[in-house]
Design a protein around this ligand. Structure first.
Ligand code: SF4
Ligand code: SF4
Length: 190
């Protein structure tokens, strides 16, 4: 069967060669432009980028530095405020009626990383660490018990926690005193 297509014009032949060459030239130009610029890629996992401390990543339950003692008082406020109910706590109570961490599980597959648990904790011991690579091949791998959640607070965190707690205590005492003074004044007037 004979080919009845008209012969290709010289310009069309030229464009078939020129267009790919132009594309290669543009690509090489872009590569050359970035060759001596600062690199943004890192050799993960050997190299890791620094994450902003405010990044909300993996949940951790802080323990006292050094002796690993519980800071959490099992008050359950974090579990109550969690919008997806992914925190499960069963406290243990000692002979002095003091609460301790018994069961403390978090289903990270459900967690929204909203930070509400972190904000409400009266002991500042539940934190969203700036850790992002803890994925798992199964949902069960994201269900963390107290062993997977516990992390020793570092000295700086511990000092900051104590300072904030002391400040809140002083503020609460000042408010209580002001309320009592106002009530006494009202009583005197009445
Ligand atoms: S970050 Fe939000 S969703 Fe996740 S456990 Fe805390 S309160 Fe629940
Ligand atoms: S709010 Fe804080 S102290 Fe209370 S149970 Fe949760 S982590 Fe523990």
């Amino acid at each position: 069967m004979s080919d009845h297509r008209p012969p290709e014009s010289f310009l069309r032949k030229l464009s078939k060669v020129f267009i790919p060459l132009w594309g290669i030239r543009a690509g090489l130009y872009l590569t050359a432009q970035h060759l001596f610029k600062r690199k943004f890629t890192v050799q993960y996992p050997e190299q890791r980028i620094e994450i902003d401390p405010s990044y909300r990543g993996k949940l951790s339950l802080l323990t006292e530095p050094g002796n690993n003692a519980d800071i959490c008082i099992s008050c359950q406020q974090c579990a109550k405020i969690c919008p997806v109910e992914c925190i499960h706590i069963i406290p243990t109570v000692d002979e002095k009626k003091k609460r301790h961490v018994g069961t403390f599980d978090v289903d990270l597959a459900k967690c929204l990383f909203c930070g509400l648990c972190e904000d409400i904790c009266p002991e500042f011991c539940i934190v969203l660490d700036p850790l992002y690579d803890y994925s798992s091949y199964s949902r069960d791998g994201l269900y963390l018990t107290v062993e997977g959640l516990s992390r020793n607070a570092d000295d700086e965190e511990w000092r900051a926690m104590r300072e904030v707690k002391e400040k809140k205590k002083r503020e609460a005492e000042a408010k209580k005193k002001a309320r009592e003074a106002a009530a006494a004044e009202k009583k005197k007037e009445g």
